[in-house]
Design a protein around this ligand. Structure first.
Ligand code: ATP
Ligand code: MG
Length: 399
């Protein structure tokens, strides 16, 4: 066993010591078999949530109504879920009820794809009733059980199939893909926040380009918010040479910049994105649209170090323009200042230089102009130099 599992072993052993069964399950077992970096470790157990709660010091009961508690142990969190199968999914959100079951095999049967339906014991022994290992060796995504039934139960699984294909580079099996085409319309029943989480993971994946093609081939794209009302937007994602993105905010910026009739808020409202995503997308769009009208240095400054890579991808994907990230970084490093905070004057300095002028909007206008002039190297970032420079303008303005 490798490190993240070793670290979690005491949690498994604590359960086993009380006579319960406990296994590692889901994504971590898949990633272990694939030799990928292990993400979150999930545990399945025969113990009931209250029994798990009683066993550990730090337990957060999020999801307890679905049989899940989060155990915190030595700085890591583990989702510990009681063996269960789902009831009906009449509201397409959560199963109506959760039924606890006796065996790990039954628990594995409710899981979405065969590659995700494996368990591993403390020894590294794999329990694999649905041949998930074969699916992994053949790079195939296939549902556990009948695909149409599984998508009817929870249509989000269709989006999950596509995001896994983006992350792992796997092919969706013919039967599973056909079932997605048949059931795609059910996606409209799913809470948009859940779709957005999968979409965000999809655009970060290595194989985003082929997964976007799959969004169209599977017809899922026609049931996604915004896309369903603007079919021509689909042409955008069909044409652009996508590469792994930072996240949904970058994807939104690309859609908006490629399609003048949509704005960021159309997306962020319909997809119920966080304010952070909205702000980031808007910032990228605004700066990108200015790039032909403002000096390159100003663009680089406005982006800030954290957005240089996004800008590089936008240029490459939207305008087929390849600029190296190194060059962008060098240009940023060479700027006289890297943020407003580094400016050698404050608003109060500015006021004190013109004691006869009432404070007003002119202060902000002046500060902005000074900032730009310092960034562009028109004036040194030095208080006296700036004072002379500003006083010269002001005279000019008044004469
Ligand atoms: P990642 O590495 O991206 O976290 P993951 O496989 O761990 O991938 P999660 O969304 O964290 O994916 O879910 C954990 C496990 O729970 C899955 O591996 C799968 O077994 C099961 N699962 C999650 N969502 C569903 C679903 N909608 N239907 C059935 N099983 C699911
Ligand atoms: Mg996970």
């Amino acid at each position: 066993l490798e490190q993240p599992f070793l670290k979690a072993l005491p949690v498994l052993f604590a359960l086993m010591k009380q006579g319960y069964e406990a296994y590692f399950v889901g994504g971590s077992v898949r990633d272990h078999i694939m030799g990928r970096t292990i993400g979150d470790i999930d545990i399945a157990t025969s113990a009931r949530p209250e029994q798990v709660q009683a066993l550990f010091e730090k337990v957060i009961p999020i999801g307890i109504e679905h049989g899940t508690v989060v155990v915190q142990y030595k700085g890591d969190s583990y989702e510990v879920t009681t063996y269960r199968v789902d009831g009906d999914y009449n509201d397409f959100r959560h199963p109506d009820e959760v039924t606890y079951v006796a065996t790990i095999e039954e628990d594995l049967s409710r899981r979405d794809f065969t590659m995700n339906a494996m368990a591993m014991d403390f020894n590294g022994e794999i329990i694999d009733p649905y041949n998930g290992q074969d699916a992994i060796h053949n790079s195939i995504i296939e549902t556990v059980g009948e695909a149409p039934v599984r998508f009817q139960e929870d249509p989000l699984r269709m989006m999950r199939a596509l995001r896994f294909s983006s992350q792992l580079g796997f092919t969706i099996s013919e039967m599973t893909l056909n079932a997605i085409i048949e059931s795609a319309y059910l996606l409209e029943k799913i809470a948009v926040e859940r779709i957005a989480i999968e979409f965000d993971k999809l655009v970060k994946g290595e194989n985003i380009h082929s997964s976007f093609a799959l969004l169209i081939e599977s017809t899922l794209v026609y049931y996604l918010p915004v896309f369903k009302n603007i079919p021509s937007l689909t042409k955008v994602i069909n044409k652009l040479p996508f590469q792994p993105l930072k996240g949904i905010e970058e994807a939104i910026a690309i859609f908006v910049l490629s399609k003048p009739e949509v704005v960021v808020s159309t997306f962020t409202t319909e997809w119920k994105c966080s304010n952070k995503v909205k702000k980031e997308a808007e910032q990228l769009v605004n700066i990108y649209m200015k790039r032909h009208f403002k000096p390159f240095k100003w663009i680089v400054y406005q982006l800030g170090e954290d957005h240089l890579d996004s800008y590089q991808r936008l240029l490459s994907i939207i305008d087929n323009e390849d600029v190296s990230l190194e060059v962008l970084k060098e240009n940023f490093q060479d700027l006289p200042i890297h943020s407003k905070r580094e400016l050698a004057l404050s608003g109060n300095d500015l006021k004190s230089w013109f004691p006869n002028c009432k404070p007003g909007p002119w202060l902000k206008t002046y500060m902005n102009q000074i900032e730009e002039d310092v960034v562009l190297g028109n004036v040194q970032n030095d208080k006296e130099a700036i004072e002379m420079w500003v006083k010269k303008w002001k005279q000019h303005e008044e004469s």
